[in-house]
Ligand binder design. Structure first.
Ligand code: CA
Length: 442
């Protein structure tokens, strides 16, 4: 949709320049910065380019990118970020292969391990486009929604009590239980696979697991042709608001403070524009800090709500941002901000840092399910790919320049051991032990 993209480009670029003033005027809680808010033109003078085009998908994972443009954080560091809405994840992949020079994008928001797979040409018809993962955009804020046809079963994060119902589908319903995600072999597919596997259900054998666009899934759940859907907010919220289904599990319940979506940019763009990359990261870090503050959630909801971005009511976005969930078939109220989308802070430290250990999990999971046989089979291959793609060094430089306290900047590549709700541990020092501990795998 080149016309749509063009419209968005103009819209965003204009906003980026007018909002510089806004950022100068308000300058809320941004002390100790290397670049003053008024030094936009000085900042720009140092950059190899003044602009970048980033793709995004209208789910809460994109919130910090939108805040970065709308609050003038990128512009403050001399960079005009154009956000181009992507109709789907395959569209985003195609557009990054084209690049902005050809009317596509330079990078943007990705589920993992898409940047790694694009680097190896595994989801781009063999076309290898090396990419760098620069930052984590968000944690949590995703969920698994289940149709109201399974209200009585009240599926929750621990599926074991309801496994017999799911496994019995062919007998009672004449077909297997159907579940969907919006893109294969990445986050949402991995979350629902983990959930099913932990409950003793083999996602490849016991059910039908499909790739379906969000809107069609909503329809499928409404007309009874689909039971479960794994996706990012605000979709699970919509399902509850429309009384089609309920939230069975938050991804925050499956794996607290799990890595969600990431910022990744074409390696050739980053290599050619190192200072502009640092400016991009500085703006993003400030935008993530801003987006995480409770007092900014309403403003963020209003920003995302606009037709130019999500085109979704504030009444759906605001509770999603504030983690005001209704969980399970009994719609139990939950108001724990620790379960909601996180952009900057957590009890596991800074969200934004692109830990290699967290990137590695996605590739280990790819090995678990044999997503790319003959191409990605070993932990050694996975580690080599992570080393090639993840640029913790650039993040660290940007964080220092933008005044992140030294104590908040991770010193190494590992966040340490990760524990899932079912007690399974992913130790990045020993991924094989993790694979060995899983009962259901290929
Ligand atoms: Ca997601």
């Amino acid at each position: 949709m080149p016309r749509r993209r063009r419209f968005l480009s103009i819209f965003s670029a204009t906003l980026a320049s007018t909002l510089v003033l806004n950022a100068c005027g308000n300058a809320p809680d941004r002390g100790g910065l290397a670049d003053g808010a008024s030094s936009n033109s000085t900042a720009a003078a140092k950059l190899e380019t003044r602009s970048i085009t980033l793709g995004y998908v209208p789910i809460l994972e994109a919130a910090a990118l939108v805040a970065g443009v709308e609050q003038g954080f990128f512009a403050k560091h001399g960079l005009e970020v154009t956000l181009a809405k992507q109709a789907s994840w395959p569209d985003a992949s195609e557009n990054v292969v084209i690049g902005s020079a050809g009317g596509g994008i330079d990078g943007g928001q990705w589920q993992l391990p898409m940047p790694h797979l694009i680097t190896e040409g595994l989801i781009t018809n063999g076309k290898k486009v090396p990419m760098y993962v620069l930052a984590q955009l968000s944690s949590q804020g995703n969920g698994i929604a289940v149709s109201n046809s399974l209200k009585e079963a009240n599926l929750r994060v621990n599926l074991t009590p309801a496994a017999a119902i799911i496994l019995g589908f062919p007998k009672t319903d004449g077909r297997k239980f159907r579940a969907a995600h919006t893109f294969a072999n990445a986050n949402q597919d991995l979350w629902i696979r983990y959930w099913l596997g932990a409950g003793g259900i083999d996602p490849d054998k016991d059910i039908e697991l499909l790739t379906v666009p969000s809107t069609e899934t909503l329809q499928g759940m409404r007309n009874g042709s689909m039971e479960a859907f794994s996706t990012g907010d605000p979709w699970p919220f919509r399902i509850v608001a429309d009384n089609i289904g309920y939230i069975a599990a938050l991804t925050a319940e499956i794996w607290p403070v799990h890595p969600e979506e990431f910022l990744a940019v074409r390696a050739d763009w980053v290599d050619k524009h190192p200072q502009a990359t640092i400016a991009l990261l500085k703006g993003l870090i400030e935008a993530q800090q801003w987006a995480d503050k409770p007092e900014n959630k309403m403003a963020l909801a209003q920003m995302l709500s606009s037709r130019a971005y999500f085109n979704t009511p504030v009444s759906v976005l605001e509770p999603a941002l504030k983690a005001q969930y209704k969980l399970g078939a009994d719609l139990k109220t939950s108001n724990d901000p620790k379960l909601g989308p996180l952009y900057w802070n957590s009890d596991r430290g800074v969200i934004s840092y692109p830990y290699k250990s967290l990137n590695l999990w996605f590739l280990v999971e790819s090995i678990r399910w044999k997503f790319h046989p003959g191409q990605l089979d070993t932990i050694a291959q996975a580690k080599a790919l992570v080393d090639k793609v993840v640029r913790e060094d650039l993040w660290r430089q940007a964080a220092i320049e933008v005044g992140v306290p030294a104590a908040d900047i991770p010193s190494g590549s590992s966040r340490g051991k990760e524990t899932f709700f079912d007690g399974i541990v992913f130790d990045p020092e020993n991924p094989q032990a993790y694979l060995d501990s899983l009962k259901i795998k290929r």
